[in-house]
Design a protein around this ligand. Structure first.
Ligand SMILES: C[S@@+](CC[C@H](N)C(=O)[O-])C[C@H]1O[C@@H](n2cnc3c(N)ncnc32)[C@H](O)[C@@H]1O
Length: 205
């Protein structure tokens, strides 16, 4: 089957790093960042679930003038979240994300001075944050931090802002879909699934 070229009739210069493993994920972020800038949506940027910063570096690159909050234990999954995963058979929660550090993440950021590190268990690490947001990436794999991320960020998202949730259609992490579906039903809001590698979903306010 031939695949139609992407955005064949768009002439503006788009910056997509072809070394990134998932063109659709990165391309979607680039398009969203353009909408946020064109519509002048105010607010900071955040990612919950940073690991080595391989997606966060593009958040930092596409929004060079905005604060970027980086939430992670930087030590892998927390036992409090694992309990629910195993109890509900959402996932085995056995991927090891401990091989990272704050220093390693900051070293690959194009604008490290804009980064605000929130190391520890989310949502506890958000307790002292007083800010509103234009774009949030939730990529924690597990039900609890995804649901808690939506509960925390959606009310703090400015009109025209976006939340991108990774793994919505990843059957290895079934809790992500449940968390998004539950939250969106409670709030009576919609979402758009993407055909990227892990099946992300996008919520717009
Ligand atoms: C899949 S990795 C993130 C990958 C990264 N966004 C990327 O695209 O390269 C998931 C991360 O979520 C973090 N995480 C999961 N639950 C968390 C919680 N409750 N609080 C803080 N960090 C959490 C883990 O430590 C891990 O680094």
């Amino acid at each position: 089957m031939a695949i139609a070229p992407s955005l064949a009739y768009l002439s503006r210069n788009r910056k997509i790093d072809t070394r990134y493993y998932d063109y659709i994920r990165l391309s979607t972020l680039e398009l969203i960042s353009n909408e946020i800038k064109e519509r002048k949506v105010p607010g900071s940027i955040a990612e919950v679930g940073v690991f080595k910063g391989k997606f966060a570096r593009y958040l930092n690159a596409y929004f060079p003038d905005r604060a970027l909050y980086l939430f992670d234990t930087f030590e892998g999954f927390d036992n409090r979240d694992k309990k629910k995963e195993l109890g509900e058979s959402y996932s085995t929660a056995n991927q090891d994300f401990s091989e990272t550090s704050v220093q390693q993440v900051l070293a690959i950021m194009p604008h490290p001075g804009k980064c605000i590190i929130k190391k520890g268990y989310f949502p506890e690490t958000a307790d002292d944050v007083r800010d509103t947001f234009a774009f949030v990436s939730l990529d924690t794999d597990l039900y609890d931090p995804i649901y808690n991320g939506l509960v925390y960020f959606y009310p703090r998202l400015n009109a025209g802002g976006y939340i991108m949730v990774h793994d919505f259609n990843n059957e290895g992490y079934k809790g992500v879909r449940d968390a998004v579906v539950r939250f969106c039903a409670e709030q009576q809001i919609g979402y758009t699934p993407l055909p990227d590698k892990a099946g992300s979903v996008v919520i717009v306010k």
